[in-house]
Design a protein around this ligand. Structure first.
Ligand code: FES
Length: 250
């Protein structure tokens, strides 16, 4: 069984947010990926059981999205867009350079388990070309020198803030956030949007960094495929047009 009893109760809660349970498929797939680091056949079967669907139906959806991995993956998925806008600004060269630095096995996972290299289609932020993502967070207008530094930092488990100013958590934590569970207990969010473990003591086995809501928000806006509705409606901060005129008259 992929999902623990605790994660199963989260899954039921996620399901209950949707009028049609099958709409919960993406967050449930993220939940599976948060548990096992990728989405296995057993994981898809469990999602199917939860939603009353056949495994093949879950697989048909899961394989459409590049955010789901179907084999064990590194803690950081390094995605390099090589579609037209990025390619025109040297993205193919960036990708080949990353391949050269990380070796051919990086398409699955580097031997240290740090990085999975992935060649991406358009990530929907062409104005940031050439665009690189780490666990779905953008690193805009990447140069070869910056890429070398980024790879070093990922291998050291110390990723720099993305262009959105957020430090990417490891893949499993990212997927936990995307499933709507938030960062794990003991994680604190700092003023600059960067979340770190509650303790700041250096440790050779550094636990994953988490950034909570920004990851979900940024990812969904980039792909244009939201995974779940917001938990609560926020009030519109601005008065409506008529109201503003009344206030001015008064
Ligand atoms: S072509 Fe790379 S983000 Fe659009």
């Amino acid at each position: 069984m992929v999902l623990s009893s605790e994660l199963r109760s989260h899954a039921e809660r996620i399901k209950s947010r949707y009028p049609d349970p099958r709409s919960a498929m993406l967050p449930l797939l993220y939940l599976v990926q948060s548990a096992e680091g990728h989405v296995s056949r057993d994981g898809m079967q469990e999602v199917g059981e939860l939603l009353g669907l056949r495994t093949a139906e879950v697989e048909a959806v899961a394989t459409f999205y590049t955010m789901f991995r179907f084999r064990p993956s590194g803690r950081y998925v390094l995605s390099i867009c090589t579609n037209v806008s990025c390619a025109l600004l040297g993205a193919k060269r960036l990708y080949e350079h990353a391949e050269h630095l990380l070796g051919p096995q990086a398409h699955e996972m580097t031997p240290d388990g740090a990085i999975t290299l992935h060649e991406e289609e358009c990530l929907g932020a062409c104005e940031q070309a050439p665009l690189v993502q780490v666990n779905f967070l953008n690193y805009a207008r990447m140069t070869e020198e910056q890429l070398v530094t980024l790879i070093d930092q990922l291998q050291a488990g110390d990723p720099p803030p993305s262009s959105q100013g957020v430090v990417p958590p490891d893949l499993q934590t990212t997927c936990r956030i995307l499933a709507g569970l938030g960062p794990p207990e003991g994680w604190t969010q700092q003023n600059n949007g960067e979340a770190r473990p509650a303790t700041t003591e250096a440790s050779p086995e550094r636990p994953p960094q988490s950034t909570a809501p920004e990851v979900a928000r940024d990812t969904e806006s980039q792909r244009g495929r939201g995974t779940e509705p917001p938990e609560e409606q926020t009030e519109h901060p601005e008065p409506v047009e008529g109201q503003r005129e009344e206030d001015a008259d008064g």
